[in-house]
Ligand binder design. Structure first.
Ligand SMILES: Nc1ncnc2c1ncn2[C@@H]1O[C@H](COP(=O)(O)OP(=O)(O)OP(=O)(O)O)[C@@H](O)[C@H]1O
Length: 261
């Protein structure tokens, strides 16, 4: 299994603050990895640094074996799907869900939708249970539905690496279940997935590996922490690292303790 992501002693400074430091991380082909941590621990910054979207101050990060530290233009976007945090696909723009998903097939070297693109876009919308809204204007979709359109836009290029920043934030349980099914499919197809999460929720069984950030350093890299005793019920599913068998006690605050509604 080759490494799709390789990070060595990574440091990111933003303004006068050091946001990430000493990050060592590898993610192999086909792995599904959750990136957990409290608000402000640096999860989004790490994802953005990997994609060349924030400057790297020290160490290195490579995608598909290519360093992105000094070569931001080397980020192989056609092989990557990325859904940023609170992705709004632009409720103000006069476009349908299908048209937005089609933009996922464009990149700096391709300005035209390829042959078969429309079918692929409809399939991507179907995979997030939005086939029936393909022709809906975005402004008629809810925030959660727009989030799913953003995921479909990332999926339409059949990425080898899919990076999702809090895809389940603010979405209801049926949507979470849809996302869990989607992840199962991606996993069986061998897609490498990195997901920023606050709670494992319904995708807990699919996550073999959790990387937990705390104050900009990796506090844990290993199995998913077990739910705290009495906290595994369907209406109360957040992780408590101090109850996880693999967890050192100093990471107990690393995951925001927040119940699902
Ligand atoms: N452009 C920026 N300039 C300065 N500081 C920044 C910038 N972007 C983020 N930060 C700071 O970096 C820290 C980490 O932010 P980041 O968004 O990576 O955290 P996070 O773990 O993703 O948090 P959340 O769970 O709230 O999304 C925060 O303290 C934030 O204020």
């Amino acid at each position: 299994m080759s490494d799709l992501i390789s990070v060595t002693d990574l440091r990111v400074d933003l303004g006068s603050a050091t946001i990430l430091r000493g990050i060592d991380l590898t993610v192999g082909e086909g792995e599904v990895v959750a990136l957990l941590g409290a608000n402000g621990s640096g999860k989004s910054t790490l994802m953005r640094a990997l994609l060349g979207l924030v400057p790297i101050s020290g160490g290195d990060a490579s995608l598909f074996g290519i360093s992105v530290r000094n070569q931001r233009r080397q980020v192989p976007w056609p092989r990557i799907g990325y859904v940023p945090q609170r992705a709004s696909v632009g409720s103000g723009i006069p476009a349908t869900a299908l048209e937005v998903v089609l933009t996922g097939l464009l990149h700096d070297r391709r300005w035209h939708v390829p042959r078969g693109g429309r079918t692929r876009a409809l399939d991507a919308l179907a995979s997030v249970d939005l086939a029936d809204r393909a022709h809906s204007p975005l402004h008629q979709l809810s925030g959660g539905q727009q989030q799913r359109v953003a995921i479909a836009r990332a999926l339409v290029r059949a990425p080898e690496l899919l990076l999702l920043d809090e895809p389940m934030a603010g979405v209801d349980r049926p949507t979470q279940a849809t996302f869990a099914r989607l992840l199962t499919t991606l996993q069986s197809e061998g897609t490498t997935v990195g997901i920023v999460l606050h709670e494992l929720g319904p995708i807990r069984p699919l996550i073999q590996r959790c990387v937990v950030l705390r104050h900009g350093v990796v506090a844990h890299d290993g199995g998913a922490p077990a739910p705290a005793p009495g906290h595994g019920a369907a209406d109360h599913e957040h992780v408590h690292l101090d109850h996880g068998r693999h967890e050192p006690t100093d990471v107990r605050e690393a995951v925001t303790p927040r119940s699902l509604p």
